[in-house]
Design a protein around this ligand. Structure first.
Ligand code: ATP
Length: 431
């Protein structure tokens, strides 16, 4: 597997991910997505939304605000429980999460550590002109609370019956202590979360189903099976609201780590918000004529962590006559650019035809156009960013109105009439 330094360098060189505020020396664990990174992220979110909302009759979407009433975080337990246990090294002043280090000495310098202190990882801000206790608000540390507090609104508006789910994609913020490993753990990140509401008693079955659905999603988008595993949390390590949690883990270069968490949150959140708001957050079951507080299954993953996993899993190097060919074997659905249009030379007749093809294709997909350097180097550039297909316009094109499609993975080439290019590419991209 590729090492992190090589991947980070590729991301910078090709405009996928940059360190935030780099010209000022960077800013603690924040990253910016470049031209290709934006596309990659959009494609991941789009694939997730399509599978979990568009193609399902039992799911609807939501986009709730980042800022919310502070009571939301009292009711959810975040103000009380969202703490990391912290220790500082008295010698080198480094800070660690107590639950992540072994022994009672500093892992860096062996120095003496302070007592464990609790540290709330929610970012605080002030709403309005006065910075006092009454105006404190928090940046959400997870998107799902916006779903719980809107449960009744969505239920009424969508007229869904149990079981049904609400999906949301959005930014979350955590003042993480131990960051690092590039975009694996950052302070500002995007989450893709589902809250799937079920009748109490059906929760265990749905918990298992969602683990399978979500695991398959990663596999269908090309993540290699041997790099994925399920890790059920031991009972004693469960979060206060959870009856069962299973993580989908990925084999990162630095070891196995969480990619997605699937939790059976029971009726904890709806009951808490009902208690603190005084509002009824029940569901009326017409069959049994009973009011129930639904149980909820939560599959939750991070967009940024998904970006990292797709890149790591796709990275490949193979020897070729010029040295090493670097290929990102991204699934076509995820690849930032679907097709690159390359005139064989900079001759105006070729560029003109190539530009008109680019224009036509860009109505359907993200397309790149490149007429600089040798064709071999241009193919390599596209391989390195995972573009599945290159369309080459050559002098013969002017005669026979046909172009060459070159495949990223096999490097095979086929000749296709320009007229048939869109349907052929569609077929190839949707395989
Ligand atoms: P940890 O215990 O490692 O801090 P967590 O178990 O609190 O993480 P969850 O609250 O389950 O994490 O978050 C759900 C998903 O959101 C994670 O699987 C991960 O993909 C993503 N995520 C959480 N925190 C971060 C972060 N700081 N940076 C990037 N992605 C994150």
């Amino acid at each position: 597997m590729v090492d992190m330094d090589t991947l980070v360098a590729l991301c910078k060189r090709r405009g996928i991910i940059f360190q935030s505020s780099e010209i000022y020396g960077g800013f603690g664990s924040c990253y910016d997505y470049g031209p290709l990174g934006v596309e990659l992220k959009r494609n991941i979110k789009e694939a997730w939304w399509r599978a979990n909302v568009q193609e399902r009759d039992d799911m609807v979407g939501l986009d709730s605000a980042i800022l919310a009433h502070p009571m939301v975080w009292v009711a959810s337990g975040h103000l009380e429980h969202f703490n990391d246990p912290l220790v500082d090294c008295k010698a080198c002043k480094r800070r660690f999460r107590a639950d992540e280090i072994e022994g009672d000495r500093c892992p860096e310098c062996g120095g003496e550590l302070t007592e464990v202190r609790k540290f709330n990882t929610m970012f605080k801000t002030f709403v309005g002109p006065v910075e006092d206790e009454a105006s404190i608000a928090y940046l959400r540390p997870e998107t799902c609370q916006g779903i719980f507090v809107n449960f009744q609104n969505v239920l009424m508006a969508s007229r869904k019956k149990l079981p049904f789910g609400i999906a949301q994609i959005g930014k979350s913020f955590r003042n993480e202590i131990t960051t690092g490993n590039f975009i694996f753990r950052t302070r500002e990140f995007e989450q893709m979360e589902i809250e799937y509401f079920v009748k109490p008693g059906e929760d265990e079955e749905w918990f298992e189903r969602w683990i399978e659905i979500r695991l398959n999603w990663w596999k269908e988008l090309g993540i290699r099976e041997e790099n994925l595993r399920l890790r059920p949390h031991p009972k004693e390590a469960l979060a206060h609201y959870s009856k069962a949690t299973t993580d989908i883990e990925y084999r990162f270069p630095f070891g196995w780590g969480e990619l997605e968490g699937i939790a059976n949150r029971q009726d904890y959140d709806l009951r808490q918000h009902s208690k603190y708001s005084g509002r009824d957050l029940e569901y009326f079951d017409e069959e049994t004529q009973e009011h129930v507080v639904p149980y909820v299954i939560e599959p939750s993953t991070g967009v940024d962590r998904a970006v990292l996993v797709f890149l790591l899993d796709a990275y490949d190097e193979e020897p070729d006559k010029d040295g090493i060919r670097v290929v990102l074997r991204l699934h076509p659905k995820i690849a930032p650019i679907k097709v690159a249009v390359l005139p064989l030379s900079k001759k105006p007749q070729l560029c003109e035809v190539a530009q008109s093809i680019r224009k036509e294709l860009s109505r359907h997909w993200m397309v790149d156009y490149d007429d600089r350097q040798s064709i071999g180097r241009r193919y390599r550039r596209q391989d390195e960013i995972g573009t599945p297909f290159c369309v080459t316009v050559d002098f013969q094109t002017l005669e026979d109105k046909a172009v060459t499609i070159r495949f990223r993975d096999s490097m095979e080439q086929i000749r296709v009439p320009v007229q048939e290019l869109v349907p052929r590419l569609r077929e190839l991209l949707e395989q």
